[in-house]
Ligand binder design. Structure first.
Ligand code: SF4
Length: 417
């Protein structure tokens, strides 16, 4: 076990703090409807068999359980955990990731039972978290699922998360498990120009989960000199430098870029953020990460222009303030900030326009904007269940109450079996 996971002693200690709340607030807050109350109860014995059964519970609710365990923010189950009223919430995502890692390391994870084919074919376009979750649901319902992925690796936007937080091998572990769910084939390096055409090719339905493939623009002079976060995180070696790096943006992806720059040898990394530091939507873990890596944050600052001067980049910045309703520039505060080896732009991403059609459903970031992996899983599960209903007319009856703490939640409590 490496430091991504809890030690056996830490795992035991966290699980012993669970109050086994009858109302399961942790489950209600989980976008994927995973139930920490149940998997902690099951794993508490600490044996391989207990981890096997607990892992099975997790993966039936969330087939990307290990990825989510390593990446889930503290805004879902941990925010709802009753234990916070006594001391601090249980580190539920870390418990989840550790249980799965233990079960997989011990080789006790059982594949799901053989599924009966239903004679229908569906296509899933995009092998990111939402697409993979949809594949899992549809395969367990007996569909023959073909996955079309435009690149040579599965994972979608999750591939861009630095290895220090989400090693690629964990994405592969979850995917290898999903591959045992049923009849799944995949076409890598295959771009689908128009998903509606897949219906003409004989597929009974299509899920499109292609994420947001384009970086958002800032609309400032010289922004073409900046590297997009997608290009930067996809190949950080290409931008390796011992010099200074500027990161434009203050969200979780900007943090990934800043930490990657420091890990890649940058002497000084500075994030430029229009808002106040307390308003940055970051978890405690991400804030701690910035401190640990000695990343500077220049807040209430807007970058107005980027220019190249003698082989380095100069930023023109000005201070911002709230005018009661929105942020505005403060006059006469523009200064030049020279000497950056790279400027990385991490201010959001944009989806392609949708091609609407019956039995072509959208899921994940391309459907409802950028989100966490677990919300993408919820979206993929929902889209798969909705497609199944559209194809067969069968609607699942069990509907979970939608928690206000999440932006997107799986509508069905039904597990994937
Ligand atoms: S809310 Fe927290 S303490 Fe209660 S069952 Fe869930 S994990 Fe355990």
């Amino acid at each position: 076990m490496n430091k991504l996971y809890l030690t056996t002693a830490q795992l035991k200690s966290e699980m012993e703090r669970c109050l086994y709340c009858a109302e399961k607030p942790c489950m209600k807050a989980c976008p994927a409807n995973c139930s920490p109350a149940d998997f902690i109860t099951t794993a508490k014995a600490g044996t391989d068999d207990a981890y096997r059964r607990a892992a099975s519970l997790i993966l039936k609710a969330n087939p990307l359980g290990q990825m989510c365990g390593l990446t889930c923010p503290d805004q879902f189950c941990m925010k709802a955990c009753s234990r916070q009223h006594l001391d601090v919430p249980i580190k539920i995502p870390a418990v989840q990731a550790t249980i799965l890692e233990k079960a997989r390391s011990a080789g006790v994870l059982e594949p799901p039972e053989k599924v009966t084919p239903n004679g229908r074919n569906v296509a899933v376009v995009g092998a990111g978290p939402a697409g993979l979750a949809a594949v899992a649901v549809l395969a367990r319902k007996g569909y023959s699922v073909t996955v079309f992925e435009g690149s040579d690796r599965i994972g979608g936007a999750a591939k861009l998360i630095p290895d220090a937080r989400l090693p690629y091998e964990v994405i592969e572990k979850d995917w290898e498990y999903i591959k045992t769910f049923g009849d799944i084939t995949w076409q890598m390096n295959f771009r689908v120009a128009n998903p509606v055409d897949l219906l003409k090719d004989g597929y009974d339905g299509v899920i499109v989960a292609v994420g947001e493939p384009h970086s958002a623009k800032m609309g400032i002079p010289g922004e073409g000199l900046a590297v997009s976060f997608m290009d930067y995180l996809a190949d950080p070696e290409k931008y390796k430098t011992s010099g200074n790096v500027a990161i434009l943006g203050g969200g979780a992806v900007a943090v990934d870029c800043a930490v990657t720059a420091r890990d890649n040898g940058a002497e000084f990394v500075e994030m430029f953020v229009r808002r106040r530091i307390p308003d940055m939507k970051l978890t405690m873990e991400e804030r701690k990460w910035l401190l640990d890596k000695m990343v500077d944050i220049t807040s209430m600052t807007r970058v107005k222009k980027i220019e190249e001067v003698n082989g380095a980049y100069t930023l023109h910045t000005c201070k911002t303030r709230y005018n009661g309703t929105k942020l505005e520039d403060i006059p006469d505060t523009t200064i030049k900030r020279p000497g950056f080896a790279h400027v990385v732009m991490a201010v959001g991403s944009i989806a392609d326009p949708k091609t609407e059609a019956e039995k072509v459903l959208y899921a994940g970031d391309c459907s409802h904007g950028g989100s966490t992996i677990v919300e993408a899983v919820a979206s993929g599960k929902n889209a798969a269940n909705e497609l199944h209903a559209a194809i067969t007319g069968e609607v699942e009856e069990t509907v979970c109450p939608v928690s206000r703490t999440v932006t997107y939640k799986a509508k069905s409590c039904a597990v994937i079996e």
